[in-house]
Design a protein around this ligand. Structure first.
Ligand SMILES: Cc1cc2nc3c(=O)[nH]c(=O)nc-3n(C[C@H](O)[C@H](O)[C@H](O)COP(=O)(O)OP(=O)(O)OC[C@H]3O[C@@H](n4cnc5c(N)ncnc54)[C@H](O)[C@@H]3O)c2cc1C
Length: 419
């Protein structure tokens, strides 16, 4: 039985992996020239099952309003994008009540935990290194009120079995000596020992190579124009050059998925949330960091990846605009210098690689997976800022459903039908 997957990003590739294991004939189609070249290219690098909280936390509306038009804002809404964002934005805010937030946080925490178990399965199959490390992550706080809020969060983490440790500034520096120069600015932090890190693009390359070895067909440079329906059932796709038929179609086209479901009577509430990263060589800095650090104050993170540092963060609602805004890139350079002043003599700005990508953000902050109201059509998208963390688990669940295998996690809370 043939399955077509639209999208060779993290979510499409992991779905292909588990479908292949179920003995399906799998074809992955992408308009790009290779795997992982869009949002999965230079993300923050962290598999942070500990940070599964949706972005629409209570108060997000006022936060966004306060930051409107500010170039240095962690959450920036470009006025030109507002008209097209109205319905999505209203639903995003509706999901930020405390009860919605908690429910969605729990769904993400459950999927993230499951995903790390499936990541192990994938890792064992891959032939090569993607700068994988399991050293945990540290979330640092600069004020007492941030620490107090974290203690409330810890109650939830305990209920959901997410390993964590509340850490003092002294313990923070003990775990990550590279933070010693800013110890006096820290009020405390949280340490999540089970979190992982790795280069998502290298992972995509390795995974695609493994899939090709095991018979998965890749059609790059191929743009999907629409899903092909026959008798109300998805039976393939129409590309810019031909028609491809299959028994099942999986849309894993990231932020572009809603554009492909438009003519099908399915409304997929996903919007692009632009983020930025810079990747810097450590340039021989021997005392560089070993553990990814999330700075909530600056809404960004720094993740060591081999002999490089990936600095990523901020969100901008600007439609499908992929222009690199210099001020947003400058913010990331400022952040890394603030966090690691000792890095400054080694930092060569000219050799840093700046990047931007569009997180596929669902209105409730939870991924959208599984069967749809169109028979034969499945989704795996909307994982927003957590797509690297969720990829393995989400791929497994969608593949299990198509194969008719009882999944280890109930897919119902993640389906499109929940909206
Ligand atoms: C700055 C930043 C930092 C991040 N940091 C983290 C992190 O630390 N941890 C984490 O868990 N997540 C992180 N994320 C989120 C994560 O990177 C994304 O959720 C994930 O990459 C989404 O993968 P995807 O497969 O859904 O989409 P994509 O990787 O975008 O893949 C979709 C694919 O579909 C193809 N496509 C789309 N439309 C068509 C069409 N019509 N025809 C053919 N092909 C099509 C595209 O070419 C693309 O290759 C971050 C994201 C950003 C932007």
């Amino acid at each position: 039985m043939r399955v077509l997957i639209v999208g060779a990003g993290l979510l499409g590739l992991t779905t292909a992996f588990f479908l292949r294991r179920h003995q399906f004939e799998v074809t992955v189609i992408d308009r790009a020239s290779g795997p992982g070249l869009e949002t999965s290219f230079a993300n923050g690098g962290m598999l942070h099952a500990s940070q599964a909280n949706p972005w629409n936390a209570p108060g997000v509306f006022w936060q966004a309003l306060n930051m409107l038009g500010r170039e240095d804002a962690a959450l920036l809404v470009r006025p030109a994008a507002i008209p097209r964002l109205l319905a999505w934005g209203a639903a995003f805010i509706r999901h930020s009540t405390p009860s919605h937030y908690l429910r969605n946080f729990e769904k993400n925490a459950r999927l993230a935990r499951y995903s790390l178990t499936q990541m192990k399965v994938l890792r064992e199959a891959l032939d090569g290194d993607y700068d994988y490390r399991q050293r945990g992550t540290i979330k640092i706080f600069r004020t007492g009120s941030e620490v107090a809020a974290a203690v409330v969060l810890c109650d939830l983490l305990r209920q959901w079995n997410i390993a964590h440790e509340v850490i003092s500034p002294v313990r923070t520096v003990e775990l990550e000596p590279a933070l010693a120069p800013i110890a006096a600015q820290l009020a405390g932090g949280l340490y999540f020992p089970k979190d992982e890190a790795g280069d998502a693009y290298r992972f995509c390359q390795l995974l695609a190579a493994d899939l090709e070895r095991y018979g998965v067909t890749f059609r790059y440079g191929t743009r999907i124009e629409r899903v092909l329906l026959r008798g109300g059932r998805a039976v393939g796709v129409v590309t810019h050059r031909d028609e491809q038929n299959a028994e099942h179609v999986v849309l894993a086209a990231g932020s572009y998925t809603p554009l492909l479901t438009k003519g099908l009577g399915l409304r997929v509430p996903v919007a692009p949330a632009k983020g930025y990263s810079i990747t810097l060589s450590l340039n021989g800095w021997q005392a560089g960091p070993a553990i990814p650090v999330i700075d909530d104050h600056l809404h960004a993170a720094v993740c060591p990846l081999g002999n490089r540092l990936r600095v990523a963060g901020t969100a901008e609602f600007a439609g499908y605009n992929l222009a690199l805004t210099p001020s947003r890139i400058n913010n990331l350079y400022d952040l890394v210098k603030q966090l690691y002043p000792a890095f400054e003599p080694y930092l060569e700005r000219d050799s840093g690689a700046a990047w931007t990508g569009l997180r596929p953000m669902s209105v409730d902050g939870v991924g959208i997976m599984g069967a749809t109201a169109v028979p034969g059509l499945y989704l795996n998208t909307g994982h927003g800022p957590l797509g690297w963390t969720m990829a393995a688990g989400a791929g497994r669940l969608v593949a299990d459903e198509i194969a008719g295998v009882r999944a280890e996690l109930d897919l119902a809370p993640y389906r499109l039908a929940r909206f």
